[in-house]
Design a protein around this ligand. Structure first.
Ligand code: ATP
Length: 227
């Protein structure tokens, strides 16, 4: 399902590192339950943009709205902290079990134990990592780790999921497994922005394309629907 209801809108988003301007984005609208790929050459600012949207990096913004409410990005608003989840290209995990890593964010939100177990089991099954439930993240392959990271993000039911190059360190079956999970993320109503160079992710049907080029953002839409 793809909608045209705005989830997040930004006007005039500017980022510089010291004297060096990185980008100046006139307008960005992310719609609810919609998927986007963010492309651009190395160093164009893809990760930086995702990190700004996740509140991990500061930027100047003229106006921002999240779920129709005016917000400021600095300090990062509470409404977005709970609704926006960022998944790093090389996810960092606690050295406890896979199941504990996935459940952690839920306990931090004060959920009941039964609900935590129910959601964690569902997320592990979705990501195909149930058999790894007692494993320590250190022992996982890159693909397994990325799937655990996706399960850990999905379980929080974010409104906006930011994936930073989810397949960049993967190949073969591991990469295909991760690509296969992406369309199903939309079914739970999340919007997704994926920074990537992966042609198969870019070509996923229904995914809208955002391209950072020379400090500007260009938008383009693929024709078919994703879900
Ligand atoms: N903390 C920082 N301080 C100064 N410059 C930075 C910082 N973080 C990123 N940069 C610079 O900003 C530019 C954009 O980096 P960013 O990682 O956002 O690009 P990217 O499009 O994600 O690149 P890639 O495709 O290689 O991952 C790069 O030139 C980088 O060196």
């Amino acid at each position: 399902m793809t909608t045209t209801t705005p989830l997040l809108t930004l006007r005039h988003l500017r980022k510089s590192y010291g004297e060096r301007p990185l980008f100046d984005i006139e307008a960005l609208t992310i719609c609810a339950a919609s998927a986007y790929v963010l492309t651009g050459l190395n160093g164009a600012g893809k990760s930086t943009l995702l990190r700004i949207l996740a509140g991990l990096e500061t930027a100047e913004v003229e106006a921002a709205h999240f779920l129709d409410q005016p917000v400021r990005l600095t300090p990062y608003p509470r409404a977005m902290r709970e609704a926006v989840v960022y998944v790093h290209q090389h996810p960092i995990m606690f050295s406890t079990s896979v199941a504990d890593n996935i459940a952690y964010g839920l306990s931090a939100r004060g959920m009941t134990k039964a609900e935590i177990v129910r959601r964690t089991e569902g997320a592990m099954e979705w990501a195909g990592v149930t058999h790894l439930r007692d494993s320590r993240p250190l022992t996982l392959s890159g693909g397994e780790k990325q799937r655990v990271a996706l399960a850990r993000a999905k379980v929080l039911e974010p409104k906006l999921l930011l994936l930073d190059e989810p397949t960049s360190s993967l190949d073969g079956e591991a990469r295909e497994q991760v690509i296969g999970l992406i369309p199903t993320l939309l079914e739970s109503g999340s919007s997704i922005i994926m920074a990537c160079h992966d042609r198969d992710l870019i070509a996923l049907p229904g995914v809208q394309r955002l391209k950072l080029r020379d400090g500007r953002l260009q938008a383009r839409q693929n024709r078919m629907r994703l879900a």
